[in-house]
Structures are given as structure tokens and as C-alpha cells.
Design a protein around this ligand. Sequence first.
Ligand SMILES: C[S@@+](CC[C@H](N)C(=O)[O-])C[C@H]1O[C@@H](n2cnc3c(N)ncnc32)[C@H](O)[C@@H]1O
Length: 276
Amino acid sequence: MNPEIALDDVAYIRNLIRERSAMVLEVEKTYFMQSRLEPFSKQEGFGSLAGLVSHLRQTSYGPLHERVIEAMTINETSFFRDPAPFQALKDRLLPEVIQANWNLRRLHIWCGASSSGQEPYSILLTILHHFPELRSWHIRLIATDISLAMVKRAKEGRYGPYEVKRGLSPLMLNTYFSRQGMEWQIRENVRNIIEFREMNLAGSWVGLPTMDLVFMRNVMMYFDMETRKAILHRIRGILAPHGYLVLGVTETTLAVDDHFERVGVNGTSVYRVNKK
Ligand SMILES: C[S@@+](CC[C@H](N)C(=O)[O-])C[C@H]1O[C@@H](n2cnc3c(N)ncnc32)[C@H](O)[C@@H]1O
């Protein structure tokens, strides 16, 4: 690793990421930035990170800037990550929204930082496996992420042996996936239920319908307080009155947005807009 990255270049990258994706890259993460962007610079034909930054500075915002932001995203995820929220989904959230939407027979769910797809597929498998009566309902499950590469991977729904071992039961694996050599792919009729889209949470949310459930897990933690407030405010604008917001286990609305109330379910927390 080249230790001589100019402070000015670090500041440029941090600003680019902050302005375009709202992610805050702490100064202490300079090593992480180098570990991601030095190989990226070489791969893109620049001799060094300094060469890449110099080019980015001289050109107007475009696909290369976008790819730099993408290269800096942390895409850690797994099937049924932190199982408690999925237990809550099965035991409380879905039964409640099914009841609320019984006459409409439709369900709208948004997964707002879907990474390589394990989270929206976990939501979908919970529905298909435990609520067969919803097969005749109109289900819109929208999964979005800022990273186009992740959206493409998620759409493909193809996972390696290590990935399927993280969180999937053999029953789920054998029922909803087909084996492709060393990999497993979600069956096409299941994959096609999810609408995958590239979307920046700090940008426009046009096209999202009123949501019964919003999953916004393990992404708020990369944003500053101002952005978290703005995002929670916008979620309130699209959440149905009976709807729930599910955050990552280390994230909360408390002290960020007083209009949400915490609801404890099976040892985890979910959130709904308070009716006061
Ligand atoms: C750590 S992963 C979390 C994935 C999944 N929600 C989970 O909990 O397992 C964070 C994801 O947020 C995405 N992300 C970061 N900033 C974003 C933004 N401004 N808009 C949309 N997605 C963003 C990243 O690309 C990454 O895939």
C-alpha cells in the first residue's frame, strides 16, 4: 500500500462520496479507502490513486465517479441476517399487514439497501414459505441499492457455497434454488417477483408506492445525523398508517425522529409512525 496519499486527494474522495451518496467516510478509514481504490485505479488504467484522483478532478461528474463511489460501498450481507427481524416479520409484521390489506389483497414492501440480494430474497422466502395464501395477492417487493454491480448480482440471484451456507436452511435451499455446478441460483419464477433497481437513498425516490413494510437495514449507519433525519422523514411520507420500518439491529429512530415509536417484537425492535 502506498502510504503517501496526499491529504488533498483523501479530502477530494471523501467529499465526492459524501456529496453523491451521503456516506460519511471517517478520516481514520483512509487505509480502507486506499485498499479499495488503489487496485481500482490500476484496473481502470491509471498508474496510481493520485492519477485517478487527478483525472476525476479534471472531468465532470460521470460513470467513472459513480464507479469510484460503488467501489467504496460496503456490501456485507447474508440470508436471514440477524434472524430476529425475520422472525418478527413472520410472527407479527406480515400477519398485521395482511389483516390491514385483506380487502385490497396487495402488499408493498421496499428493501432500501439490498446489496447482493440476500435480504429481499429472505423477505420473499418468508412470504412464500409461511404465507401461501398470498400467492393470489398482488405483491410488489422493490429492492434498491446505489451500486449497479450489486443490483445486477441480486437480479441474477446466484450464490456460492459459502453464501448459501450463511443463513439458508437446507429446506429453503432445496425448495427455492437450483444447483448450477458449485453455485446455487434462485428459481426464475421466484427471482422475477422482485423488482430490482439502482437507487440512491440521497437522491430521488420517485416511483415508490405507499409501502406496508420498509426494510432499511445496515445502511443508515454510514450516514450523518442530518441525512438520517431526512431519510426517516421521507420514509414517513411513504409508509402506510399500519406500516412498519425495520432497521439494522444497531440502528434506531430514537433521538433521530420523534415521530416514530419503537415496537418490541420477540426481542427485536421495529418502528411505526406514532399516531399522537
Ligand atoms: C452493509 S450493506 C447492507 C445490506 C443489507 N441491507 C443487509 O442488512 O444485509 C449496505 C448497502 O447499502 C448500500 N448503500 C450505501 N449508500 C447508499 C445510498 N446512498 N443509497 C442506496 N444504497 C446505499 C451499499 O451499496 C450496500 O449494498
